[in-house]
Design a protein around this ligand. Structure first.
Ligand code: PMP
Length: 440
């Protein structure tokens, strides 16, 4: 790798050494560790930019894995959150604002007939799966390769790469994401490669009558934003209906981002249960499990347990009310998509001028950049592709004050503030041009 004038990370590096003594790996989420001399400690974020404690100013396309849909420290949302603070936190009782926010969600997403709040994406998906089990009286569930649904044991399984014999009709073995996940859990789980219609039909033929739920992220926000084909999601819908299985569309990343009614609205597919989280409150912790009335009514005494001390916290709820109002009533999502399109066009111009073959996956508001003519159509295609060009480019981009995921798994997330600050686009494209030339 060619050397670049070094970005000064002295303070972050010193902080890392101090933090290492108290925090495992020096961080609070393992994915925030980027190496002993590259782990960034943030001073603050504003708009589409983040400042680290050394004073480096980055255009940020991670946006906290997506939540900052309007931009960091948005004045409108923060003012609303302050009002939420005056309410007083949590009471082990309900407040009027819950219904106001739930009504807004139902208006924006027709499949969200009834709504419950949680705190994180993990909690929402966990509740969704429990609800599906309570409703169907079944225990097993189907995952799609490349999807990510949170940190709970049932969600942390992937297929064994050594068994990816696409010609065979065998279900691949499931392997855990890491240690500490009991193998007994996997007895209830199945997994299938996305956009493989035959395997999906087969899966339902074999296991459909035992499945409580199929969990799918139609735009894989944790795998290069690879898209499910609309026909594939429709087939999933048909099979779920035929076999009495709950279709859970996980919109933790795509919800209120790719459109007002999420990816399900763009694809015209109605799930039984949906989960939302990231963009709901512009970064304040809140998530949503929503769905068909008949199913959602199983959240009751003697039915599926749901609750949590911090559920529907007054600060997060107030932030959600304002964020969703902005997303619903203004052209924020258009600004975001337009910026994404301009950014993609600008990157393509740079790459085309150097005859670098590339393609994009996903939606302009959360897109993946891929260095091949045809983008991957599922996790297997991505995992077996050569992503070294991207990874090296991402490394240089960090040194050039652009934050993207260090590898190509996470998409580039766009916020409204990027679109409102023309310097974000020019700074990014200048950096991309330099980074590409350094890789070449
Ligand atoms: N589902 C999806 C689709 C996600 O992207 C994530 C987080 N990246 C989760 C669930 C879990 O959300 P959280 O990290 O808030 O628990």
């Amino acid at each position: 790798m060619t050397a670049l004038p070094k970005r000064n990370l002295d303070k972050s590096n010193a902080q890392f050494q101090r933090a290492l003594k108290r925090l495992p790996l020096g961080v609070s989420s393992t994915f925030r560790y980027w190496g002993d001399d590259r782990t960034i400690y943030v001073h603050h974020g504003k708009g589409g930019r983040t400042w680290d404690i050394d004073g480096n100013n980055y255009v940020d396309y991670r946006l906290g894995y997506g939540p900052a849909i309007l931009g960091y420290a948005d004045d409108r949302v923060d003012a609303a959150a302050s009002k939420g603070m005056e309410v007083g936190g949590v009471f082990a009782l309900s407040t009027e604002r819950e219904l106001i926010v739930a009504d807004r969600i139902s208006r924006m997403v027709p499949a969200a007939e009834l709504v419950r709040f949680s705190n994180s994406g993990t909690e929402a998906v966990m509740a969704a799966l429990r609800l599906a089990r309570a409703y169907t009286g079944r225990e097993q569930y189907l995952l799609v390769e490349g999807g990510y649904h949170g940190l709970f044991d049932a969600a942390m399984w992937m297929s064994n790469m050594d068994e990816w014999d696409l010609g065979s009709n065998q279900d691949p073995e499931l392997v855990p994401y890491g240690k500490g996940i009991p193998p007994t859990v996997k007895q209830l789980a199945h997994i299938t490669p996305m956009n493989n219609y035959e395997r999906l039909e087969d899966m339902f033929k074999k296991h459909g009558d035992k499945l409580a739920a199929m969990l799918i992220e139609p735009i894989q926000g944790n795998c290069c934003s690879i898209m499910a084909e609309v026909e594939y999601v429709r087939l999933a819908r048909e099979l779920c209906t035929k076999y009495g299985v709950m279709l859970i569309i996980d919109e933790v990343k795509s919800g209120f981002r790719v459109g007002k009614s999420g990816i399900q609205g763009l694809m015209g597919v109605t799930p039984d249960i949906t989960t939302f989280a990231k963009a709901v409150a512009n970064g304040y912790p809140i998530s949503v499990v929503a769905g068909r009335e008949e199913v959602m009514r199983h959240f009751r005494y003697g039915g599926a347990s749901h609750g949590g001390t911090y559920t529907a916290h007054s600060v997060s709820l107030a932030a959600a009310e304002e964020t969703l109002r902005i997303l619903d009533e203004t052209d924020a999502l258009e600004t975001i998509a337009n910026y994404g399109e301009s950014l993609k066009a600008g990157i393509s111009k740079i790459l085309d001028a150097r005859n670098i073959v590339h393609s994009y996956t996903g939606h302009p508001s959360m897109f993946g950049l891929f260095f091949a003519e045809t983008p991957p159509n599922n996790y297997r295609a991505w995992k077996t592709s050569d992503y070294s060009f991207y990874d090296t480019m991402a490394h240089y981009l960090h040194d050039l004050n652009i934050i993207v995921e260090p590898d190509s798994r996470e998409p580039w997330f766009i916020c409204e503030a990027h679109g409102k600050d023309p310097s974000c686009l020019t700074d990014t494209l200048n950096a991309v041009e330099r980074a590409v030339d350094l890789v070449l």
